[in-house]
Ligand binder design. Structure first.
Ligand code: GRF
Length: 202
């Protein structure tokens, strides 16, 4: 079985990257990680990648004045690793059309809320402040908006009376680590199709 070549884009600690690394090591997973790219040279995620023996690239957005040029450089680096699919895993940059058109419907993201509720940077805090009893995580295709693309999979997490932001975020992340590799497997297996905004099983 030839496995889909996936790049993971990161900016931070990389716990989702770790979950993808671990899943891609299992014999039945249909993806292999081809490269890990960060816009932050000190990201701990890069250390995880090195530990796993994966190639790494650092492309700092600070070296580029225009997003399209930055995006084009990212595409160039990914092409050099024969990448077919892209997972954003705590990657703190918005990607524009230059990038997304290079990988149409092949860029995935994980978000710590049940989208479309609580997009943006502080989802667990917003869930607590809104007083919802259920929140969770979402894996979705990336479009040009922030956390707006078609939803592939979601997992619910109960909000407990005792929760603070950290406790809730930790339980959400545990679900992300389970959900993201599964959603990636579905996507790269070609088992998903888009009907309007809905991602359906082919
Ligand atoms: C995750 O919670 C993800 O939902 C969000 O950024 C966080 C990244 O965490 N997009 P990590 O770097 O994977 O640990």
């Amino acid at each position: 079985m030839s496995r889909a070549r996936v790049a993971v884009l990161v900016s931070g600690s990389g716990s989702n990257l770790q979950a993808l690394i671990d899943a891609a090591r299992t014999p039945d997973h249909p993806a292999e990680l081809a490269v890990v790219v960060s816009n932050v040279s000190g990201a701990f995620a890069l250390e995880r990648a090195r530990q796993a023996g994966l190639p790494t690239e650092v492309v700092s957005h600070r070296d580029f004045s225009e997003r399209a040029v930055y995006d084009a450089e990212l595409v160039r680096r990914l092409r050099a690793h024969a990448v077919e699919w892209v997972c954003l895993a705590g990657f703190m940059r918005l990607l524009g059309p230059t990038f997304l058109q290079a990988f149409p419907m092949r860029v995935l993201n994980v978000h710590p809320a049940l989208l479309p509720a609580f997009p943006g940077m502080h989802a667990p805090r917003q869930a607590l402040e809104a007083g919802v009893k259920l929140t969770g995580c979402t894996v979705h295709f990336v479009d040009e908006g922030a956390d707006t693309g078609p939803i592939i999979a979601q997992a619910a997490v109960e909000v407990l009376d005792t929760d603070d932001v950290e406790a809730l975020a930790t339980r959400i992340q545990a679900q992300e680590h389970r959900l993201y590799p599964q959603a990636l497997a579905l996507a790269v297996s070609g088992r998903l199709r888009l009907e309007g905004r809905r991602v359906l099983s082919a």
